[in-house]
Write a protein that binds this ligand. Structure first.
Ligand code: C5P
Length: 231
């Protein structure tokens, strides 16, 4: 079974308060997207990485990456799930139904190749697939409309989903298509599988696989990458 990879990178990053989409901001002399791509591409078993880009993307070309059989792009959609679906469609002449597809956010530059390989190893015999995730460590509060706490949520058994998430090509494409047709714009792949009644595997990942969302995440990611380089 072949392994394919998809990076949805078509977002505009409105929460970042930056003119440049967050996947193109620089950390340690490289864009966030280039860091993520380097780490996925380091997994030798990955046949090809498809990067979904905003239709009016003007930054990808500046990365001067060599596109070819192991790296290609497609147009993203209006939502993350539609970008992933477009990338799956771009693979349709190459991927088999039972092949694995790794989906990794462009804005998670600190994922380690070790974690990606562990994820692939742990789902190898799983009927559905799974995702990297981290058990929730903080106490969780639910806010009321007035901004005051209305409940404390029991964190036992709660996990924070991250990426990569890995599923079979055919099942992922069908469940994402069905979710969108039902009007549910899922924010990760596991949600599409869950909607269809499947139970993906939670694989404990490193807590430093942070998602760049707010301006303060950038210096944090920079320190994480430096620390990882010393490991
Ligand atoms: O917006 P959010 O932080 O959830 O985005 C997660 C990932 O999905 C990012 O890598 C972003 O570029 C991507 N995305 C996309 N197409 C969209 C919206 C987001 O590929 N329409």
């Amino acid at each position: 079974m072949a392994i394919w990879a998809i990076i949805p990178a078509a977002g505009i990053g409105s929460r970042m308060q930056s003119g440049v989409p967050k996947q193109y901001l620089q950390i340690n002399n490289q864009t966030v997207l280039a860091h993520a791509l380097t780490r996925l591409s380091a997994v030798a078993e990955v046949e090809c990485v498809v990067v979904a880009l905003h239709p009016r993307d003007s930054h990808w070309a500046t990365l001067a990456l060599q596109e070819g059989p192991r790296l290609t792009t497609c147009a993203g959609g209006d939502d993350r799930c539609r970008s992933v679906l477009n990338a799956l469609a771009a693979l349709q002449t190459r991927a088999q139904q039972d092949d694995w597809v790794l989906v990794h956010d462009a804005v998670r530059p600190c994922v380690t190749t070790g974690d990606i390989c562990r994820l692939l190893g742990e789902v190898a015999e799983h009927p559905v697939g799974g995702l990297l995730a981290v058990p929730v460590s903080s106490t969780l509060k639910k806010a009321g409309a007035d901004g005051n706490i209305c409940a404390t949520v029991d964190r036992t058994d709660l996990w924070q989903a991250s990426t990569p998430q890995v599923f079979r090509y055919g099942l992922l494409r069908k469940t994402l298509t069905d979710a969108i047709a039902a009007g549910v714009l899922v924010t990760d792949e596991a949600s599409a599988l869950e909607l269809a009644g499947f139970a993906p595997r939670l694989v404990r990942g490193r807590a430093d696989n942070i998602k760049i969302t707010f301006p303060e995440d950038l210096p944090l990611a920079s320190l994480i990458l430096q620390a990882q380089a010393r490991e």
